[in-house]
Ligand binder design. Structure first.
Ligand code: PLP
Length: 397
């Protein structure tokens, strides 16, 4: 019988025809360097678990202990009765880790951007954004425009000349507040924002800076993130991030001064109208920050493996694009060919994600390899051996 929702299946079929749908792969067991994906053992190159903390014994123990002490759920919205003392302990720990005056958590990194960005700018203000910023920033800006009548300007990716033009134009047009928003590490290419230049320009024109450090935390600045990397901990106005990537846990974070934090949790609808994450998640996140500081060789190992993998890929003839971080793409170009390479990698026991249009421009399809500190050099040699074989098979090298 026909259902009113049948149009959704039709749309889905159309998208599938164009190759725009996701095939969900199931991990059978923890996320770690060696995983079982849909019944096949693979070397994992598609996770954000850069420091191999997602299955770390200390994080597991911290979570178990917190469940015994606090139970399974937070029981309420953050704003009503869901914020427990263990959450606030995490807030303080974030501030300490980021060397900021204050810190707080949201359910997810997405919820920070979608909930906070709209509250930062209203009529007569302008949000100035890198064209490749994460979708959650884009959504936040859209809400700021629609609901609060803020304006936006977009500059070409990492183009500092264009950023300056935007700032100049904003001054000429008499905007009140200017906010420059940027990802710290851009997740499709693995390049790093020119944070020193962005901050300098922002200071020159009296603009605020807002940085999304999701792929930089645990990776840059000895694990402390992009502000530390560029020695800008006292300069960047607003830093957000997530515990769900290198830190191996879950949840969004915000760091900045006391006023920012108090304002953020009194205005962000994604925080006010949504449940606190479970207490054991807070415990896991606290433990993650401790482990990053206490086992700092993990960060170094991540970088050593990254350098090795990248230079071997390049000397084999692969194009790794603009990579400057443990995100090391293997550029392919054509979407179908890229999909084919991903399928062949999987058959050979490597789980690497094909990134195709519309996530990246047409003709810029690539496999996004993400290095993990828990891999060994032998693992990488195996990966390289297979890349060499498939690179020849598919005429890429
Ligand atoms: C992953 C990511 C987010 C979202 O973080 P979650 O905690 O997974 O919601 C936001 N911004 C960027 C740049 C990201 O890469």
């Amino acid at each position: 019988m026909a259902k009113k929702t049948d149009y959704l299946m039709e749309k889905y079929e159309e998208m599938k025809e164009e190759g725009l749908t996701w095939t969900i792969r199931n991990l059978e067991g923890p996320s770690q360097p060696h995983v079982t994906v849909d019944g096949k053992e693979c070397i994992m190159l598609a996770s954000n678990n850069y420091l191999d903390l997602a299955n770390h014994p200390r994080l597991r123990e911290a979570g178990k202990k917190a469940i015994e002490e606090y139970g399974a759920g937070a029981g309420s919205d953050w704003s009503i009765a869901g914020t427990m003392d263990i959450h606030e302990e995490l807030w303080d720990r974030i501030a300490e880790f980021k060397e900021s005056e204050a810190g707080m958590t949201y359910q997810t990194g997405f919820a920070v951007n979608a909930g906070l960005v709209p509250q930062l700018a209203g009529k007569g203000d302008v949000l100035i954004s890198d064209e490749l910023n994460h979708g959650s920033i884009i959504d936040g800006i859209m809400i700021a425009q629609r609901m609060f009548k803020a304006d936006k300007m977009i500059y070409s990716h990492s183009d500092m000349g264009e950023l300056e033009e935007c700032l100049k134009k904003a001054d000429e047009e008499g905007y009140n507040r200017k906010i420059v928003l940027t990802d710290g590490v851009f997740s499709m290419d693995g390049d790093v924002a020119k944070m020193d230049e962005i901050q300098k320009l922002a200071d020159e024109y009296g603009a605020l800076t807002y940085v999304d450090d999701a792929h930089g935390e645990g990776v840059l600045g000895g694990g402390h993130g992009i502000a530390k990397e560029f020695d800008l901990v006292d300069d960047i106005d607003i830093q957000m991030g997530t515990f769900s990537k290198a830190f191996g846990g879950f949840g969004g974070m915000l760091a900045g001064n006391e006023g920012l934090i108090k304002y953020a949790y009194n205005t962000s609808r994604s925080w006010l109208l949504s449940a606190a994450f479970p207490p054991h998640v807070a415990a896991i996140n606290i433990e993650a920050l401790d482990v990053v500081e206490e086992e700092n060789d993990r960060v170094q190992k991540l970088w050593d493996l990254t350098e090795y993998f990248k230079s071997e890929m390049e000397s084999m003839g692969f194009d790794t694009g603009f990579s400057e971080t443990p995100i090391v793409p293997a550029m392919v170009g054509d979407s179908k060919k890229c999909q084919k390479l991903a399928d062949r990698l999987y058959e050979e026991g490597i789980f690497g994600l094909a990134i195709v249009y519309p996530m990246v421009p047409k003709g810029k399809a690539r496999i996004r390899n993400q290095i993990n500190a828990g891999l060994t050099k032998d693992d990488l040699n195996e990966v390289l051996r297979i890349y060499e074989k498939l690179g020849k098979e598919l005429d890429l090298i």
